[in-house]
Each structure stands twice: as C-alpha cells, then as structure tokens.
Design a protein around this ligand. Structure first.
Ligand SMILES: Nc1nc2c(ncn2[C@@H]2O[C@H](COP(=O)(O)OP(=O)(O)O)[C@@H](O)[C@H]2O)c(=O)[nH]1
Ligand SMILES: [Mg+2]
Length: 307
C-alpha cells in the first residue's frame, strides 16, 4: 500500500488527473493508505485557493464557468472543487447546465470534482482541508472552491481560502441587512451578480456603502457587478482576485494565519474522534443512576477515558 501511494504522489506532482481523482476518493472515504497519502504530501501552499460562496441560485457555478473561460485564455491550469449539492458540476444537475459545463471535462488544463457535503443543508465537505492540500500537490495555478452559503459554511470557507468571493443577487437585498456583520467579516470581494436585473443597482449601492463604512487598513472591500451568463464584469472580477491574492502574499503572517485556522480544525476533529452523542447518552444514562452524579466530574472522567 505504501508503494501505491508513493506512486500516486509522483503521478500527482506530474499533474495526472486520474491520480488526483483517485487520491481524492481515497481521502474522502478514508480508504487504505489515506494516512500515509496525507503525511507524504508536498503541497504547494503558494497556489491560491479562491472560495466562491453565496446563496443557492446566486450564480456561483455560472461565475466559476466564466472565470474558467477567462483564465484558460491566460493559459492557467485550474482545479475546481464544487461543494454545492445543487451545483451543475454535480451529476444530479439540470441537463442544460450539465451540457454547459461538459466542455471542461475534457480540457487538460481543468480539473473538476464535486464533493459530497457534510450535512443536508450544504456547507463544506468534511474533508475539504485534506482535499485542497492534495490538489495543491498537483501543478495548478489556481484552485477554485464553490460552496453554497448556508450559515457556518461561509465562515469555514474563509478559513480555508486565500480569497473569499461572496456572490449575491438583487433578491438578496434584505438579507444583506441581516447578514451584514457576518459577511462583511469574511468577504474579500463582493459580487453583485445578475446585474441585468433592474434592482441590482440598489444592492450594489448598499454593499458599496457597507464596504465604505467598514473599510479597514486594507482599504474597502471591492464590490463588482457581473452578468455571469454573458461574461460582463468577469475580467474585473478576475483582476480583483489576482490583486487581492498578490496583496495577501505581501503580508507575512497571512499564510500562517490561514494554516493556524486549518490546523485548529484538524486538531478539533482529531480530539472529537472518539466522542459521539450516542456514547455520551449511554454512559450518562448509567451515570445518573448514582446518587452522587455530578456533570462536571462525569465530563472530566469521560474525557480521560475516551481521548
Ligand atoms: N439573468 C441572469 N441569470 C443568471 C446570471 N448568472 C447566473 N444566472 C442563472 O441563474 C441560475 C442559477 O445559476 P447557478 O450558477 O447555478 O447558481 P449557484 O446555485 O449559485 O451555483 C442559472 O439558471 C443561471 O443561468 C446572470 O448574471 N443573469
Ligand atoms: Mg452552483
């Protein structure tokens, strides 16, 4: 098995898409060789991971599609990880959308993989940290991660991506007020997609105002109007992403900060590995039979024998 994964690493570094697909399957399902595959990675942490998040239907996949076209013209090699259950990159998608994306499946410069989501509400794949690391062992210029924004997942993608693009559409206008604090924290770039709609201008102005109010040392968060379906604003978006990433590269602790975030999540997962609600329930059911039951003593004891 060790020999197998060693071979896999060589193929990955050579940019072999079949090896990458195989590696992702191994990681996603924790198949044999999973541990050594990860421990022997030589990930290029300089390859930017770009997160594209936002509500379902905002046009994230269409934006990814347009960005792929744009970057292909610049001879970039790009990996796309789609963690959106409704994404046209997924098999269950609308036929029209699948045809629209299918041109990329045979392109040697584009790798597309859709990942299972952790929960029914979308969010990130349980193994997204490992999978982006794996992808960065292959010679890509850019890694795009599409995630549907549902609660926690926007925050999680911000901990994973070097640049987080939040895509919104005019009908999200009211949401912006309620999400205000949260999305301002995580968005490095705002996209007002479906700018062909009459009410896009209002959302655009609102976001510009918010970005202005919240401007920090790094300046105002760019707000870009796009019509993803006809490539309007895509060049501007691509430039904003490139500019943002280049600026991040100049901040020495930014990369360490992101790695800290990922490491934190890996540790958390490792520590929680042997702890399940079921097990807690069963042990508690027994423990409360005792007259001297104490929740804190129980917890302390539970931790000592399960971690
Ligand atoms: N009018 C208009 N429709 C768009 C635009 N961008 C995407 N759409 C459409 O919106 C729908 C949802 O797009 P999709 O990319 O699947 O959204 P996602 O769920 O955020 O990935 C699709 O039918 C797209 O064709 C746009 O700029 N203008
Ligand atoms: Mg999508």
């Amino acid at each position: 098995m060790r020999g197998d994964t060693k071979h896999l690493h060589e193929r990955l570094r050579a940019g072999d898409f079949l090896a990458l697909a195989r590696g992702i399957t191994i990681v996603e399902n924790e198949l044999d060789g999973y541990g050594s595959l990860l421990l022997n990675l030589r990930e290029n942490i300089r390859v930017p991971v770009i997160g594209i998040t936002g509500p379902p239907g905002a046009g994230k996949s269409t934006l990814v599609n347009a960005l792929l076209h744009y970057w292909l013209k610049e001879n970039k090699k790009i990996a796309v990880l789609a963690v959106d259950p409704s994404s046209p990159f997924n098999y269950g998608a609308l036929l029209g959308d699948r045809i629209r994306m299918s041109e990329f499946y045979t392109n040697p410069n584009i790798f597309i993989r859709s990942l299972a989501t952790r929960g029914t509400l979308g969010g990130l794949s349980a193994k997204i940290i490992e999978i982006t690391s794996l992808v960065r062992e292959a010679p890509f210029d850019i890694v795009l991660v599409e995630t549907v924004g549902v609660g926690q997942s926007e925050v999680e993608i911000a901990g994973l991506a070097d640049c987080t693009v939040v895509a919104l559409v005019p009908e999200a206008g009211d949401e912006v007020q309620t999400l205000k604090a949260g999305i301002m924290e995580i968005a490095n770039i705002f996209v007002v997609n479906k700018a062909d709609r009459a009410d896009a201008e209002g959302l655009f102005r609102n976001l510009r105002m918010l970005a202005h109010e919240r401007a920090g040392d790094a300046g105002e968060t760019p707000v870009i109007k796009t019509i993803a379906t006809d490539n309007t604003g895509i060049e501007e978006l691509a430039n904003a992403i490139t500019t943002f990433v280049a600026r991040q590269d100049a901040i020495p602790d930014k990369r360490v900060h992101l790695l800290t975030e990922k490491c934190w999540q890996l540790i958390q997962r490792e520590r929680m590995k042997n702890i399940s609600h079921n097990k807690l329930y069963n042990e508690l059911a027994e423990a409360i039979q005792r007259d001297d039951f104490n929740l804190f003593a129980f917890t302390k004891n539970f931790l000592e024998h399960s971690v």
